[in-house]
Write a protein that binds this ligand. Sequence first.
Ligand SMILES: O=C(O)CCC(=O)C(=O)O
Ligand SMILES: [Fe+2]
Length: 329
Amino acid sequence: MQTQNNGISLDLADYGQPICNLFVQPKTAKEWEQYMLTEQQIADFERDGFVRGIEVMSDEQVDILNEELVKLQSLTDDERELFYHYESNESEDPDRVLFHAIGGWRITPGFHDLFWSPAYRMAAYQLLGQSFRLFHDQLFCKPARHGGVVAWHQDYSYWTFTKPMHHLTCWIGLDDANKENGCLYFVPGSHQWGLLPITGLTGGMEAVREILNEEQNASFDNRVANELKRGYASFHHPLTMHGSYENVSDRSRRAVVLNAMSFQTLGNTAGYERLDALKDFPAMDQDKVLDGNFFPLLFDGDKELEALAERVPKVNQAMLYHNQILKQV
Ligand SMILES: O=C(O)CCC(=O)C(=O)O
Ligand SMILES: [Fe+2]
């Protein structure tokens, strides 16, 4: 454990519960009810592969995270040590900038505690259909005027070092996001396309289109712009096709992404082809449950919700997760 003089750990992964008062926690099962997604929102997610417009943070809470973000974006090389990944500029276009970092939750209290936001935890429980763990976070920040793209991709194509596929992504705006400043887009129904190979995240926006069939390519005409006020979230399935265009506006487009996974997720690193990309990630041994400090349990449905757990609308897990991956194109 890395500690300061006062015995407080510098690695916030040592704390598997909230460490500051940023988010008031429900004390009873009844207090969770206010955060519950409706049957309709669950049905939308099952049909489209995403659901959006869920308030996770107030303006004041976003301000606190943005202050922490300034700090995270100006760290020295040594101070970046706790990140799993850190690129001040990951854009492959020399005229564009995309800040991308994984692991901020280990460094500042606000980004740590964001994983315990009750609105996030309730929605994630319903959309995963069971108790879940923290997988990792991500920061995607595009500066005003020269912000880079995030090319169309499926998240699970980058996560096959874990199994089975039972993961969920939550995207939260740290700025108001719209078409002008490079908001995220989703292709509805693409979570039923099966797992596609990696075609790159920060090069050409349209790279994935070459490996898709005619019908799949046509469905990009129906893409949905995920325009959101800051503090609001969208959730997407690990196979949903999504991406974001450049930011040429005079406003920045910053976002934090929370990635969660079933509490039973296993390591699948043996034979993984991109091991170099994992060199600063926590160890994930083959066929071992991903638990311990780096993968804390974020929500135990039966314990938190008691009798309510039965009544909470949840996705059909068998239809949505494990089996989907078998549908190769
Ligand atoms: O913020 C972006 O533009 C990309 C986000 C993303 O890929 C994700 O939320 O999985
Ligand atoms: Fe993504």
